[in-house]
Design a protein around this ligand. Structure first.
Ligand SMILES: [Zn+2]
Length: 481
């Protein structure tokens, strides 16, 4: 009774003051909440095409969704914030966290690419972020403890518009094969369902009204998961990793995914009655990032990182004693070998010979020289091919350059095992995205494996890393093996 009397008095007072307020009285206790969702941003703060970047998206959210930082909104991400264009990769994701802080993100899943620059870097990025990085299914292998020392949390309870919302994170169990395995060697990625059940159980004590999941997990795994945990009353699951465009419902759970690179976003709107503790309505959709007026604050941050990227081009990576032509075998070999070094799970790397364009000059080598050598916006794609398919791909191309295989008089041996390529075995083969798209006569690659995995790693990045680790100088010039 005690709580009803003041409410009654307030109601009478408001009725006396203003008829308009009285009309709203029937909705007292109804709380609204809009979730704006992105995933697989991959460093594309500038956007892949003009006016489709982070600044435009924030502007669009303000115009179209009425978004404001202190309003009834939750900004969630499905992870993979970096590894992409130079503006993200050369600074190991720092600019992306700054952009996402400015946009007002509230929580994110941890994507496999969050591990690309090592655990120390991830710890720094998490410390820099104003929002938590969530994954309930990661633990240290040695002691089975959650990696809280890195700043990774299982879940976060966020109060927005008077609603207590639990957000639980999940990270793909394929992470060890989709980032450099060395970086996650000490971590275990656990199956989703048992972890989700345990975390949801622990959250019961936190008195939450809505439970959401942000998952760097493809829809092929997320749909059956939503079905399997229907009893947990999860209102929303956001996915990631497979760059799908999804707004749908499985049972009572809304599934969202935007296809990445800030090109689109997904949204869900909830109405919740706090008096009856019931979710009244929800709706959901996917939207294009178009016609948004660029947000000046985010635009300024992006300009700053663009300038930093420009100046980075003059950074000296090493010293070269003599000019090497783009067609030089030594140079070609170093490029494909650097891809294999980046991905120790891969068996073979194949690059089309014309992927290298300009000579590597004599003297000090800058990043600009490497950009000139490998000028295209290609990424490295990992495909699974059997021995016969590998041979067909090699034969189809015009004299491609190959790492991981040894040529004998009549055959090809796999360097890792010293054995002949086997039609009954599957090999992890790295190619560039131009080849995977069928360029230069390589159409058969995608026919053999139509689910090739785009690592999002730029095809020049492993060479940049190789050059930086050689510590060459005028006295000790680079050695091309
Ligand atoms: Zn991913």
């Amino acid at each position: 009774m005690r709580s009803i009397i003041p409410t009654l008095l307030i109601t009478l007072f408001l009725a006396a003051c203003q008829q308009h307020e009285l009309a709203l009285d029937s909705s007292v206790g109804i709380r609204e909440l809009t979730v704006l969702y992105s995933n697989d941003e991959h460093g594309w703060m500038e956007g892949r095409e003009a006016s489709t970047g982070a600044a435009n998206l924030l502007g669009l959210w303000r115009q179209k969704e009425g978004y404001r930082e202190d309003g009834p909104f939750l900004l969630l991400s499905g992870g993979d914030h970096w590894t992409g264009p130079a503006i993200s990769t050369w600074f190991e994701g720092e600019g992306m966290v700054e952009v996402m802080n400015a946009m007002g993100y509230d929580a994110t899943a941890i994507g496999n690419h969050e591990f690309d620059f090592g655990l120390d870097n991830l710890e720094q990025r998490i410390a820099q972020a104003d929002y938590p990085y969530l994954a309930a299914n990661i633990q240290w292998t040695a002691n089975e403890a959650p990696p809280r020392d890195l700043g990774i949390l299982a879940s976060s309870v966020i109060t927005v518009n008077g609603l207590r919302v639990a957000v639980i994170g999940l990270s793909t169990i394929n992470t060890p094969s989709t980032t450099n395995p060395v970086n996650v060697a000490e971590l275990t990625f656990l199956d989703y369902e048992p972890v989700l059940r345990k975390t949801a159980q622990q959250l019961r004590a936190s008195d939450v009204q809505l439970t959401f999941v942000v998952a760097h997990v493809c829809m092929s795994a997320l749909r059956p998961l939503a079905d399997a945990v229907a009893d947990l009353n999860i209102s929303l699951m956001g996915g990631g990793h497979c760059n799908e465009l999804v707004a749908e419902k499985v049972g009572d759970t809304i599934l969202l995914e935007s296809n990445g690179h800030f090109r689109t976003y997904a949204r869900a709107h909830f109405k919740y009655d706090v008096n009856t503790d019931r979710l009244l309505t929800s709706n959901f959709s996917v939207e294009g990032n178009e016609y948004g007026i660029s947000d000046p604050v985010v635009e300024q941050i992006i300009s700053k990182w663009q300038a930093a990227t420009e100046s980075e081009l003059s950074v000296v990576l090493g010293f070269n004693a003599r000019e090497l032509q783009a067609t030089d075998d030594r140079l070609q070999r170093v490029v494909v070998e650097s891809w294999l070094q980046m991905d120790s799970g891969a068996d073979i790397a194949i690059n089309n010979r014309l992927a290298l364009r300009s000579p590597l000059p004599r003297g000090e080598l800058t990043l600009a020289d490497v950009v000139g050598l490998l000028p295209f916006e290609n990424t490295i794609v990992a495909v699974e091919l059997n021995g016969t398919e590998v041979l067909e791909v090699i034969a189809a191309g015009q004299n491609p350059f190959i790492a991981g295989l040894i040529r004998t008089e009549n055959d090809w041996l796999l360097r890792k095992t010293g054995r002949l390529l086997d039609s009954a075995e599957t090999y992890r083969v790295l190619v560039n995205s131009f080849m995977y798209e069928g360029g230069a006569g390589y159409g058969s690659i995608a026919e053999f494996d139509d689910a090739g995995f785009d690592t999002e790693i730029h095809y020049r990045q492993p060479l940049v890393e190789w050059l930086s680790t050689q510590s060459s100088s005028a006295d000790r010039p680079l050695v091309f093996p």
